[in-house]
Design a protein around this ligand. Structure first.
Ligand code: MLT
Ligand code: ZN
Length: 459
């Protein structure tokens, strides 16, 4: 451990006591995220309980030039929380209080460690919900930091649309407020959205004001399989163009369906498949499903099955959320290398077909799933952790995926973010704007202590 880290830890000890930890097991837990990326140990892990403690940690680290790496639930997918240059992993686990729910204003104020499921449990009796659902029970601070989204973004938006205001400890230890409770504002630089998606490189989020949405009176789900990827994607585009406000529309390819059948004990036809969800009044969800069925049939979809049965619906979505584990179970002991891109929806069918062709021409096994209403999809390649050739091949496939997305006006990541995994594509995607991002980083964090080695420094 560096002398600087030792000094910062010694300074924080009287304030944090046993909430600043240097044990191997705790550091190990904070050395990784869910990605395939190489872990790196922090020098210590701090568990602040309030904003003042976050401030003290950041100030001590700033004084000694020690990195600070914010850590939420550890469910990020591109190495965001890996302390690649050591320092202090700042775990927001204990900042887990729902500060306020203002039902009439459709908003809630939470500390950053509150998880999305925890907030929804808290909201149980209000008739409102927090809509963003990345699958994992991520922390809301982490979701804001990574501009996370997931299956419901097509209807309710990503964290970009659902964060109204923030409190942030900046790299010099100052606390700032960004945004307000108003639905709209035309004052000032949009600092809220500078920090949303900054992946902890510009400061530590200590409070998030999020939008809430009414829980729909009725929810129905549907499932439909198609002869080809193209016809499934055409059905999605036509449904959205018709003005059906689908709440979720998820694509699963044959490999994903086969894996789900065996892992989640389902008997779905092994074919390109769409899972739908509709929200509204009972009549309205029935009508939405009827129109979607008609459109799907016109596009060659078969066996459209819809249901309002909550148990069936939750089994279906649980299966969708368990895809990661279902894919892992195809080859026990193998690791998963994930890809994540987003393209304009007109390019989606070609993009998925090219990704599938690439996998079929490769020795690796892989599947494709997608939040197709947004033009966003993921690939997952299974790699033998002891075979470097598998890793190289997965990297080649994932790189081709991004190259093709960028060539048609898409982005290197729809929702999994940059971390360290996608840094190499940033200049290609953003051009000279990358230099402006670096100047912003240098202006806000001149000593480069906030999650160093990531956005604003590389690319
Ligand atoms: C999902 O869509 O399930 C999440 O983004 C996680 C994943 O890709 O495995
Ligand atoms: Zn996803």
């Amino acid at each position: 451990m560096s002398d600087a880290a030792l000094q910062a830890i010694a300074e924080l000890k009287p304030l944090l006591g046993d909430r600043i930890v240097t044990s191997e097991a705790v550091r190990e837990h904070h050395s990784r995220d869910t990605s395939r990326l190489k872990p790196h140990l922090p020098d210590a892990v701090a568990f602040p309980q309030c904003e003042e403690e976050v401030q003290a940690i950041v100030r001590a680290c700033a004084a000694h030039g020690v990195p600070v790496v914010p850590f939420g639930a550890g469910s990020s997918m591109e190495g965001h929380t890996i302390p690649v240059r050591g320092g202090i992993s700042l775990d927001t686990r204990d900042m887990n209080r729902v500060v306020e729910v203002k039902a009439e204003d459709f908003l809630a104020v939470v500390q950053p460690g509150v998880t999305r499921k925890q907030l929804n449990t808290h909201l149980r009796d209000t008739g409102l919900m927090f809509s963003v659902d990345p699958g994992a029970d991520a922390s809301i601070g982490g979701m804001a930091s990574t501009r996370g989204s997931g299956t419901t973004a097509v209807r309710y938006g990503t964290m970009r649309e659902n964060v109204l205001a923030l409190r942030v400890v900046t790299p010099d230890g100052t606390v700032i407020r960004t945004g307000s409770r108003a639905r709209k504002s035309s004052t000032g630089y949009d600092l809220t959205h500078l920090f949303v998606g900054a992946e902890g490189t510009l400061g530590v989020i200590t409070e998030v004001t999020v939008r809430l949405h009414p829980i729909p009176e009725a929810v129905s789900s549907a499932i439909c399989h198609f002869e080809s990827v193209r016809s499934a994607v055409e059905a999605v585009i036509a449904t959205v163009q018709y003005g059906i406000p689908v709440a979720r529309v998820e694509f699963l390819d044959e490999v994903a369906i086969a894996a789900t059948n065996s892992y989640s004990n389902l008997d779905l036809n092994v074919a390109p498949t769409l899972f739908f969800e509709f929200h509204g009044t009972p009549n309205w969800v029935a009508e939405q499903a009827r129109i979607a069925e008609e459109i799907a049939r016109d596009c060659g979809g078969a066996d459209f099955r819809w249901s309002t049965d909550p148990e069936e619906r939750s089994r279906l979505w649980q299966a969708r959320h368990d895809i990661f584990w279902a894919t892992k179970a195809i080859k026990p002991g193998y690791d998963i290398y994930t890809g994540d891109i987003c393209v304009p929806i007109s390019q989606l069918a070609d993009s998925i077909i090219a990704a599938r062709d690439d996998i079929d021409a490769s020795p690796l096994t892989g599947q494709i799933i997608g939040h197709v209403g947004d033009g966003n999809y993921h690939t997952a390649y299974l790699i033998d952790p002891d075979n470097p050739e598998d890793l190289a091949e997965a990297e080649r496939l994932a790189d081709r995926l991004v190259e093709r997305a960028l060539a048609v006006g898409g982005t290197a990541s729809g929702e999994h973010g940059i971390g360290t995994g996608k840094l190499k594509f940033m200049r290609q995607e953003h051009g000279e704007a990358i230099d402006l991002m670096k100047r912003i980083k240098a202006a806000l964090d001149p000593a480069g202590i906030m999650n160093p080695g990531k956005m604003g420094q590389g690319g």
